[in-house]
Design a protein. Sequence first.
Length: 138
Amino acid sequence: MRDLYQRLELQGDASDHDIQRAIEACDHSALKADARVVLGNADRREEYDALLGTVRDIGLLRARLGLTHGPFWQDSTANDFSLPPDNTGARHDLLIARVERAVSLHNRWRRWRAPWLFAALLLGAAAIGAALCHLWLS
């Protein structure tokens, strides 16, 4: 699907007169024919605008996830909605680093937990036992 507005260098809220003028100025015959059929009819234009919003949102989502098309898709019809990766929105590497840090802390805690936990339980049991003996003998 092409972004007819982008290809004709129009805004989404362009008037019918501006659309007709852009269509007539277009040199590409297939684009001109598509634009006449889709943007020339008010009902079709309304349906196209709704679909266009959805496809643009999908392109934005793909960019935020860091997904882009390969170089063989560049300058093609499908590339109208393929945005460059949004490195501010894609935080995959940061999340991976945080998970790795959490896993290393958890593993370190598990490695040292068993001996210290056993010793703490033994000392706690001994302290409780001594306190009970003291209460019982007094």
